[in-house]
Design a protein around this ligand. Structure first.
Ligand code: ZN
Length: 295
């Protein structure tokens, strides 16, 4: 079976992107894994520090490892938005395939220094682990907002991206290119969409020469996703849309059977709702969009 690095290389070459979906529990894992397996597409499971605290770092690592081995299927585990060296080392020791080290809220120089330290420390524990760094703060929370966070960073420049990657040694870079964590209420109602800057992605890709991740994919315009992948995005994160599907599925199940107390009679509705989001996103991310001829 391919390693995560090989999966990313093959997506990069084929101008497709690998879907990354955050989960909080085994219900979410079931939905993401079943959808990916049905489509026979590699998938990244993401758990933030809060999601890890709820599930247990070693518990989720054990489950994902067991699924991958049992089914010989390319499912990988990412320690999403890890803010401290302790948490990064903890995830590396537990067997995670990848770590997103996020010091994006710091100054550029501090971000470089801390991320470089994280890369050195986790790779000394696990030389095969992949580390992603972040430039630009794009909001902290995958939840529903009234308006755009007012402390978002300016978009990442190709020069910053090149300097950050060469100074830190990260395998993967997450730039700020118009994306944002969470969704606005107007996006939930279908009135607005996130717009991405594909020309900037192409310039960053050419400068940084590494894999690029798009965080905060929920609520993004469909053709912007396609253009972002064409321009060089290799991993796309979706969390808020899954959380919305979870909540709506749970509300519907409880409303349909108000007297039911058996969890596994309510939860299939949640799984169905979440699977639909994962399936639609994976189909879009894996579609090989036509690449304009170069030159
Ligand atoms: Zn993120």
């Amino acid at each position: 079976m391919k390693t995560l690095h090989e999966v990313l290389e093959s997506a990069d070459r084929g101008h497709t992107a690998v879907g990354h979906f955050n989960i909080s529990d085994l219900v979410g894992l079931k939905a993401v894994y079943e959808a990916a397996k049905a489509l026979n597409l590699p998938v990244l499971i993401g758990v933030s520090e809060g999601e890890r605290d709820f599930m247990g770092v070693h518990e989720i690592a054990a489950v994902v490892r067991t699924l991958r081995k049992r089914d010989d299927f390319p499912v990988f585990l990412n320690a999403d938005h890890t803010h401290s060296l302790d948490r990064a080392r903890e995830a590396a020791s537990a067997g995670f395939d990848m770590i997103v080290f996020d010091a994006s809220v710091r100054s550029f120089d501090d971000n470089v220094r801390e991320t470089r330290e994280a890369v050195q420390q986790v790779k000394s524990l696990r030389p095969d682990i992949l580390v992603e760094g972040e430039i630009g703060f794009i909001g902290a929370s995958s939840s529903i907002h009234d308006e755009r966070p007012n402390n978002m960073s300016p978009l990442t420049t190709p020069e910053e991206a090149r300097e950050f990657v060469s100074a830190t040694g990260v395998d993967i870079l997450a730039p700020a290119v118009g994306n944002m964590h969470g969704m606005l209420k107007t996006m939930l109602r279908g009135e607005t969409e996130k717009r991405i800057d594909p020309a900037r992605i192409a310039a960053i890709k050419a400068a940084a020469k590494t894999f690029l991740t798009l965080h905060g994919g929920s609520g993004t315009n469909r053709s912007d996703f396609e253009a972002a992948i064409r321009a060089g995005i290799t991993i796309i994160h979706v969390n808020t849309e899954l959380r919305v599907a979870w909540r709506r599925g749970m509300d519907a199940a409880l409303a349909q059977k108000p007297d039911e107390i058996v969890p596994y009679k309510h939860l299939p509705q949640v799984v169905t709702n979440m699977k639909q989001v994962v399936r639609e996103r994976l189909e879009l991310f894996s579609a090989n969009v036509a690449v304009p001829p170069s030159g």
